[in-house]
Design a protein. Structure first.
Length: 342
């Protein structure tokens, strides 16, 4: 089924959003809602959100996570970030002066790709968009934020948000919304060519130990053969990916797939530091034309790596599928296809 992306916008700084957009491109659309009376504000915000989505898709917008990892996060940068935040103070801000513009609420978090780095910001209570907003901007909630960097330090960043929203996909003809990051996450068991692999068998330490003796080349060949891929390029230092195929399918749909493989040379839980300087190996594979980017490792894969892969895969305007194949899933695949003994 076809799915359309949308935002449920809970906060919007109209003036900052308009400052990004070409006014001529939105003026006619904004004018069309001028006669709607009490609904005019809702029309205005929906129109601005639509044009902002289109602007970000066309112009591109850097991720805060990626800029931080690269060491290039600077004051004044416009960035996006999507993760869980702790929202505080909105109810009090509304009681103390939300309509006058004096009440402010805050949000804060540890960066999902680097827990030592703090993210914080505040926003005006009078710019929330609906009566539902306090529910979504209170407590710990996962939200998508487009913001200017007010101050970037070595261990923290302060943001000034333009928009705080929930991104979703809505299937045509079906009144169901799916969170964007959930939709684009694929699991090895969803691959058609691997549907007979038993990924549910109990994970054992000895499975990982068995992979310690299996060279990355063997894993690469086994994955390629399992997908019916005959041509396997030789490895070289500047490669964009370790394996490329257009034969992998999910529910019958062919996906151009790029694999990043890590063998026993790094036999330990995968961290971002394992993936080259500033995690640039993920950056290289994500810059390919792949519909699906896969990170495989002979050991465990840590949460920051998964979070960073999700960031690349859900880039506004350049969304694609992503998958993790950790050591346990790798063992299941190799065992099923006869590349390792049970």
């Amino acid at each position: 089924m076809d799915a359309a992306q949308g935002w449920d916008v809970w906060f919007m700084h109209d003036d900052l959003v308009l400052g990004l957009l070409e006014l001529r491109t939105v003026a006619d659309d904004l004018q069309q809602g001028a006669h709607l009376g009490s609904l005019a504000d809702s029309w205005r915000r929906a129109t601005l959100a639509k044009h902002l989505r289109e602007h970000l898709a066309l112009k591109g917008l850097p991720s805060l996570d990626i800029l931080h990892e690269a060491g290039t996060l600077k004051d004044g940068a416009l960035v996006w970030i999507e993760q869980a935040f702790a929202f505080r103070g909105l109810a009090d801000a509304l009681r103390k002066g939300g309509s006058s513009g004096t009440g402010r609420a805050t949000f804060s978090a540890r960066l999902q790709t680097d827990r030592s780095f703090k993210v914080a910001g505040s926003f005006s209570a009078h710019r929330i968009t609906s009566s539902s907003a306090p529910e979504w901007l209170s407590g710990t909630k996962r939200q998508f934020i487009v913001a200017y960097v007010e101050k970037a330090d070595s261990d923290s960043v302060t943001l000034r948000p333009l928009v705080i929203a929930s991104r979703y996909l809505r299937y045509a003809g079906v009144p169901v919304e799916v969170r964007l990051s959930d939709y684009f996450r694929l699991w090895p068991s969803m691959v058609d060519q691997w549907r007979e692999v038993n990924f549910n068998q109990k994970a054992k330490v000895e499975h990982l130990q068995a992979l310690k003796a299996i060279p990355e080349r063997i894993v690469k060949e086994a994955l390629a053969q399992s997908l019916g891929e005959i041509s396997i390029a030789n490895d070289w230092g500047g490669e964009q990916f370790d394996l490329w195929t257009d034969r992998l399918t999910v529910e019958g749909r062919a996906l151009r797939t790029a694999f990043l493989l890590k063998g026993p040379g790094q036999f330990k839980p995968m961290t971002i530091a394992v993936l080259g300087k500033n995690g640039d190996q993920i950056d290289r594979i994500a810059s390919s034309a792949a519909d699906l980017i896969v990170v495989q490792h002979c050991h465990e894969i840590t949460a920051p790596v998964e979070n960073m892969l999700r960031v690349y895969a859900t880039q506004p305007g350049r969304e694609r599928f992503y998958m993790l194949v950790n050591g346990y899933a790798t063992w299941c695949l190799l065992n099923h296809f006869g590349a390792v003994g049970a």
